[in-house]
Design a protein around this ligand. Sequence first.
Ligand code: CA
Length: 277
Amino acid sequence: MAETATAKSSQSLRDPSDAPPGVRFAMRSHPGRVRGDNQDVCAAVPGLGIFVVCDGMGGAAAGEIASKIAADAFVEAIARSNTHQSDPGTPSSSLSISSSQRIRLSEAVAAANGAVYQRAQKYRALRGMGTTLVAALVGCSEDGGVASIAHVGDSRCYLLRGDGLRQLTTDHSVVEEQIQAGILSRQQAEFSPVRNVITRAVGTQPQVSPDVLHQALEPGDILLLASDGLTRELADDEIARIVVSSASLDEACNDLLGAANFHGGRDNITVLLIAKD
Ligand code: CA
């Protein structure tokens, strides 16, 4: 239950009661039906508007250690940067908000990368460990909001608006590069022997560069952060149908995990939903 421990320790950093107005969230992680361990981690500090999913990789317990270290270091860095900024969420100027959030997210990813990399250098058994990371930094006012999204690897962020699901992030993976180059179709990519190979990871190199994007949020929008254990098992339209038809965000998380396990549950599955009321 790594996600519970992470969420608890993260929330202790700051009173969660001052969450961005009109933002709800739910998250859940499951080992799936094949793997004995869970190398995924999800964490949230609603008071900071920060939500993160990591999917670790590495032999033995290294993947689990990498994802936990990365999520903790990332959240701590966001919390530290918040002390220099009185209100992270109120859009006074969209340009200044986006540039300052980009810097905060990039610095937090660098902190996560450094923490994992340094631990891996220190212990032979952990060499080469790494993790994906996808995070949303959400700020909302009464009439709208903005999410700044950072990612490294193939954990994804989607936007559900109405009943349409749109993938906001572009995977850092070999098959995504092959798709962009016209070598593979999306259907072919699902069966590629290198479909698991990512081209960027947190913690495997001294430095890593995240992609950062900004998404305006309208009332009713839902962001989904997920590891590939969800997105390999479920098509986008099925993910959308499940979330739209669920009575609550908690129920949607449970139903997504249930459906991914029904389809095989071949990997650890993590979902984090953030709703703008
Ligand atoms: Ca995975």
